[in-house]
Design a protein around this ligand. Structure first.
Ligand code: WTA
Length: 630
């Protein structure tokens, strides 16, 4: 580590933390990775099992369609399960699960391997083949992990839709992915109530015609509709002779698709980000190992949902690749009381907690005494993801939860990056609110409109200049969109869609999205999705959505609605529209505020100028409005 004095408020790691850490000097690793980037990643890859090694680490012959570990044969699930079952980890816990209602369950690596093989054979018997897409729509129970792994094991491509999404979002994603199989739970417990997932799925299935089989996991047990010939119970299938423990493993090419995950973009419909087996496996494995400093005896908890990229990479794949013990919790953080999380950390002796700023701010609001009722001395490391963490929340997390001894890994990354990109490591001096610097070997920059690097502390567009193993391969079925969205503003470099600044010490500070993506409670939503849900209501002519700062959620959704002529404005209609968005997109998209207006600011070509709406709502100067229609 350089001895240069760092500016601002700095938290240095203790000697004990450094002593324990895999990496004791990040600059050293960074230099090594820069000198020999391919060598660095092949070293990481060599810690995993391959049925056949690669010819090339990075293949850049068809930029920006980069390929990694070409020529290699593997399967990520083999490295997640089979490898461990052959060692002492066979009896180690892979998973500790607690339901919101207090039920709990544990699974060893042996058990998770068995259940995955069985379900893989069930899927095969339904005709699911390599390359087929399977949609998964479930709550946070072990079966969602089994379902994902079973798909990947047979080379099928999973498409998980977050359980907080609703009818239209689900229908659209099933249809776009052309899934013939849907795996769903009857319901999920959330804040003491049941989210009727199967019922929502039934409605979605009426809007799209691709699904032939719907496999239903029983969780909540309420009466549900089971359509003869289409719907089957998971537990019944798993008891049939077809559910053998045969390996069912498909050995795949490094670049074969692993999953698609829909995410909101700048315009139009959500796009499916495609990730592949080999590079994704190496990238997620190495980043978790070095950033969260995984040790054999750890109990690790990533409190995200498996339905988002954080869950895919850091609940499901990376922890299993590292052979660690993960904790999964089904429900709400404050149910039945605001001490729920802290009680579980104590109960299970969690060592690493990885969550989002919005959750920290939400729990902070209940006061320290809820945390202090519990012994959190098992905690060793903390993490944050999803949106910028304000220094006040960072310090509370550090002092009250981490008792000033746990470094906070503020990890910046995206669905598209698949793995941490800007991140500290435990040995790195921290500044509250900054993710510090890019992961070793990765070059990132902040540039102005013309692509020139901006000066220290100036705001600009955040870009990535080197390919990385877990990078997005394309937008599923839409190579053109992949190129235009990410690689066109500045040829040859990847555009993140975020704005950021870098301080005099080279530390990155994320400011936020510069496109029409809104981060609400860390969830990524597009203005277009909210607007199209509003417009699908019979009384709405036009709508615009923006994000405005919110104390706990980070951003809250504000919408402006032009009603069809003759429709009466009323408080009741506002409530109806909010419910409508919730029903179509999901409760996470429910607007905080709906205002009826007579016109919307538009460019001469008819595009809504959300920037102007935002400035008006914040009482700021809208800036350059020369393109405004009137
Ligand atoms: C934001 C989530 C600040 C950012 C893993 C990014 C963050 C978007 C951070 C991707 C962080 C994520 N600090 N902002 N540590 N992590 N973001 O695809 O705007 O759901 O572009 O992936 O979240 O959101 P996504």
């Amino acid at each position: 580590m350089s001895n240069k004095k760092l500016s601002g408020e700095v938290y240095f790691p203790s000697e004990k933390v450094i002593e324990n850490a895999h990496i004791k000097d990040r600059d050293d690793l960074d230099n090594r990775a820069r000198k020999d980037y391919s060598g660095f990643w092949s070293e990481m890859a060599n810690e995993l099992h391959w049925f056949q090694k690669w010819d090339k680490v990075i293949d850049d012959s068809d930029k920006p369609f980069y390929k990694w570990f070409t020529g290699a044969k593997t399967n990520i699930v083999y490295n997640c399960l089979d490898v461990h079952v052959k060692t002492f980890r066979r009896n180690k816990l892979a998973l500790i699960w607690e339901g919101e209602n207090g039920e709990s369950k544990t699974m060893s690596y042996f058990a998770l391997h068995r259940e995955t093989c069985k379900f893989a054979n069930v899927l095969k018997s339904m005709g699911v083949q390599k390359g087929d897409r399977v949609t998964i729509y479930m709550g946070r129970t072990p079966e969602i992990i089994i379902a994902m792994l079973a798909c990947a094991r047979i080379g099928a491509v999973h498409s998980v839709v977050y359980g907080g999404f609703s009818v239209e979002s689900l229908a659209e994603r099933i249809e776009d992915s052309n899934s013939k199989v849907l795996i769903v739970s009857d319901g999920a417990y959330q804040r003491g109530k049941i989210v009727p997932l199967k019922q929502i799925a039934d409605e979605a299935l009426q809007r799209c015609g691709t699904v032939e089989h719907c496999l239903v996991v029983k969780r909540t047990g309420q009466e549900i509709n089971m359509e003869q010939g289409r719907d089957m119970w998971y537990h019944e299938l798993m008891n049939l002779p077809i559910a053998t423990q045969n390996s069912a493993l498909e050995i795949v090419d490094s670049e074969d698709p692993l999953f698609i995950l829909y995410t909101s973009g700048t315009t139009g419909k959500p796009k499916a980000i495609l990730h592949t087996h080999g590079g994704y496996m190496v990238g997620t494995y190495a980043t978790l190992k070095y950033v969260f400093d995984i040790h054999e005896e750890d109990r690790y908890w990533c409190a995200a949902d498996p339905g988002w990229i954080t869950g895919h990479s850091y609940i499901v794949y990376a922890p299993l690749l590292n052979g660690t013990t993960s904790f999964l919790y089904e429900g709400a953080p404050n149910f039945p009381y605001p001490n729920r999380w802290w009680a579980m950390i104590e109960k299970y002796g969690i060592n690493i907690l990885y969550t989002a700023p919005t959750a920290i701010r939400g729990l902070m609001r209940f006061g320290e005494s809820w945390v202090n009722r519990h012994d959190l001395s098992s905690l060793r490391l903390l993490g944050s993801v999803g949106e910028p963490i304000n220094p006040e929340a960072w310090k509370w997390y550090h002092r009250v939860v981490g008792k000033e001894k746990c470094p906070i890994m503020d990890t910046w990354w995206q669905t598209e990056t698949g793995m941490f990109m800007i991140t500290p490591m435990p040995c790195v001096p921290l500044k509250p609110g900054s993710g510090t610097k890019p992961f070793p070997g990765i070059e990132m920059d902040i540039v102005d409109e013309s692509g020139k690097s901006v000066k220290a502390n100036e705001e600009g567009f955040l870009i990535i200049k080197t390919p990385w193993p877990a990078m997005i391969r394309t937008v599923y079925k839409d190579d053109e969109r992949y190129v235009s969205q990410y690689w066109s503003k500045y040829p040859g470099v990847y555009l993140t869609g975020d704005s950021a600044r870098r301080d005099e010490d080279g530390y990155f500070w994320i400011i936020g999205r510069v496109d029409d993506v809104i981060k609400v409670s860390g969830y990524r939503l597009g203005t277009a999705e909210i607007e199209s849900a509003l417009v699908s209501h019979h009384s709405v002519a036009e709508a615009a959505a923006i994000g405005l700062p919110h104390e706990i959620k980070g951003n809250a959704i504000y919408t402006y609605v032009i009603l069809k002529s003759g429709i009466e404005k009323s408080q009741q209609l506002i409530e109806e529209l909010r419910q409508h968005v919730s029903h179509e997109v999901g409760p996470i998209a429910k607007p905080e505020h709906i205002e009826f207006v007579d016109s919307l600011p538009k460019t001469r070509s008819g595009k809504i100028m959300r920037r102007v709406l935002k400035a008006r709502a914040l009482g700021q100067d809208p800036g350059n409005i020369s393109t405004l229609e009137e």
